[in-house]
Structure formats: structure tokens, C-alpha cells
Design a protein around this ligand. Structure first.
Ligand code: CP
Length: 321
């Protein structure tokens, strides 16, 4: 494959290959010299039209650890603010010789447009588009789940029960997680207030519940989502206190999860709303571990898409077409 636009682009075997390659990358990150020469001479552009902390920094760290040249483009402070189009921005990047473009955009479908337009010749990686998808977040979530719940390379998540809680309606993370985790054999349950469940969810490969307390004791992982107030009409939202009471994860609810079960959050967190500080800071919460794992996953994705060569040990097979 040349691009990564949706978690639906990945078969079970593609996803397991990425997770296993990320394990190799994580072993390299544990060495005193963390850098690989594998993408030396290649240029990766991080094209961010929307704000980001974790995704932008970890794509940059991943590219640098693979020795690629990295160009960071943020729409703020660029000619986008003068009205320059995505097409003209893309043609400018192509003129500078981008081998891959990592794009975050507020409009669902922008990465797909970039990948299919012919404006650029390199690979396109979706770093989050509108309410559509965030496939590398789903991959790092799957990587974290496999490490915590399975602990075996080559394996998938067969039979694991993952509960995703909160603002499903606006969540590209939820859409990518449902697709990828179900491809890997997990049973996914979405929990949300009825006003934050998307139209058409019946066709998704998951179950839907409106009662968090009913699913806690059978969950192997509970993933809390940020309430995206910036994308929301206030009329459709319960009060913050009511939301926290019915759908927030606090210490009392966490204690009702099985002993082995983990709490996840993609970040950024609204502490005190979907998750209390006590839960966010508990050893059962993998939020910081997810960020660390994100670097290994993004190294694996760039390595496989750009067909890097490994100087150390066996070379993972690439998925280049
Ligand atoms: N999880 C995530 O996408 O975080 P950022 O918006 O900070 O990149």
C-alpha cells in the first residue's frame, strides 16, 4: 500500500505486521543510540491544518529517528491564512520533493483528496481528518492493548472486550478504533448519551450501550474519549456535572473493572469531566504509555510505506505496491 487513509485500509495481517514492526522500533528506542539510517535522504512533510500536540510531535520524532528530513507545516502562520487552497499548498510541497505527507485537517476526506488528486506523488498518511478517521491513533491503541492484555508478538486481540465511552458522534478516534480493533478480533462496545451516538451506527462492527455501569465489569479495557465541545451544539449536550455523573470514569467506577483491565485515553483529556484526576494519574491508565507507543507505531508506518532498509537484524517486509 502507498497510503494510510483509513483503518479500513488494513487487513488483519497488515495490522499485525505494523504492530510487530512497531515492537522492533520500540526495541531500537530502548538502545543508547535511538536513530536508524533507514530513511536517510527521504523527505517527510507534516502538514497540520488543525491543532495537535501528541500526533504532530510523535510523527516528527518518528521521522527523525528514521533519519528522514522533516518539514513541519502549520496552517497558522502560512499562506493558508491568505486563502491558499489545499491544491496549491500540495503543489508547493510536491515542488520541494516530499516523499510522504502526513496531514491533519478539519475537513473529513481531505487526506483522501490529497492521495487521489495527483497533486503529489508521495505517500499520504491521515493524522486525523474532521470526524472521519485517525488510523495511527487506532494502531497505537491496538499496540497498547496487545502489550497490556496479550503480551505476544504475531498475535491479534481476539476475544478482548474494549469499551469506548463518550463523544462518539465527533470522534475520529472511535471510528478508527471500531474498524481496526474489530479487524483484530476484539469485541467493541460504544457507550454514550443518545445525543452523542452517530446516525448509522447500527452498521458499525460493534455494540452500543447507554449504560456505562452495565459494561464495566466485563471490559478488558475502557477507553474514555474527550468531549469535543468545539464541534458541538450546546443544545445537544447535558450539563458537565450530569455528563460526569453518568458517563465519567472515577475511582469508584474504576474499582468495578476487572483487576487486569486498563483505562485508556487518546488525549487531550478534560480532567474532571470524562475522567477524574485520580483515574488519569493511576497506574491503570495508559494515556502516557499510548504517547510513547505512538512514536514506535508511526516509525513502523513510515518505514513500511517508504520501504526503508534495516541496518540491524532482519528486515521487516514492506507493503509497498
Ligand atoms: N490523540 C491525539 O490525536 O492528540 P493530539 O490532538 O494532541 O494530536
Amino acid at each position: 500500500k502507498r497510503h494510510l487513509i483509513s483503518a479500513a485500509d488494513l487487513t488483519r495481517d497488515d495490522a499485525v505486521l505494523i504492530l510487530d514492526t512497531a515492537e522492533e522500533m520500540a526495541r531500537i528506542a530502548d538502545r543508547p543510540i535511538k536513530k536508524l539510517p533507514t530513511l536517510r535522504g527521504r523527505t517527510i512533510v507534516n502538514l497540520f491544518f488543525e491543532d495537535s500536540t501528541r500526533t504532530r510531535i510523535s510523527f516528527e520524532a518518528a521521522a527523525k529517528r528514521l533519519s528522514a528530513d522533516v518539514i513541519n507545516f502549520s496552517a497558522k502562520g502560512s499562506s493558508v491564512s491568505k486563502g491558499e487552497s489545499l491544491k496549491d499548498t500540495a503543489l508547493t510541497l510536491e515542488a520541494m520533493g516530499a516523499d510522504a505527507v502526513v496531514i491533519r485537517h478539519g475537513d473529513s476526506g481531505a487526506p483522501h483528496r490529497l492521495a487521489t488528486s495527483g497533486w503529489i506523488g508521495g505517500s499520504v498518511v491521515n493524522a486525523g481528518d474532521g470526524t472521519h478517521e485517525h488510523p495511527t491513533q487506532a494502531l497505537l491503541d491496538a499496540f497498547t492493548l496487545r502489550r497490556r492484555l496479550v503480551g505476544q508478538e504475531g498475535a491479534d486481540l481476539a476475544g478482548k472486550r474494549v469499551t469506548v465511552v463518550g463523544d462518539i458522534l465527533h470522534s475520529r478516534v472511535a471510528r478508527s478504533d471500531v474498524r481496526l480493533l474489530s479487524t483484530l478480533g476484539a469485541h467493541v462496545t460504544l457507550v454514550a448519551p443518545p445525543t452523542l451516538v452517530p446516525y448509522g451506527v447500527e452498521s458499525w462492527p460493534c455494540e452500543v450501550s447507554y449504560d456505562l455501569d452495565a459494561v464495566l465489569d466485563t471490559s478488558d479495557a475502557v477507553m474514555m474519549l474527550r468531549v469535543q465541545r468545539e464541534r458541538m451544539n450546546a443544545a445537544f449536550f447535558p450539563t458537565e456535572r450530569e455528563y460526569a455523573r453518568r458517563y465519567g470514569l472515577d475511582g469508584e467506577r474504576m474499582a468495578r473493572m476487572p483487576e487486569h483491565a486498563v483505562v485508556m485515553h487518546p488525549g487531550p483529556m478534560n480532567r474532571g469531566m470524562e475522567i477524574t484526576a485520580q483515574v488519569a494519574d493511576s497506574p491503570r491508565c495508559t494515556a502516557v504509555e499510548q504517547v510513547t507507543n505512538g512514536v514506535s507505531i508511526r516509525m513502523a508506518v513510515m518505514y513500511l510505506l517508504l520501504g526503508g532498509s534495516s541496518p540491524s537484524g532482519p528486515s521487516p517486509s514492506t507493503t509497498q505496491e
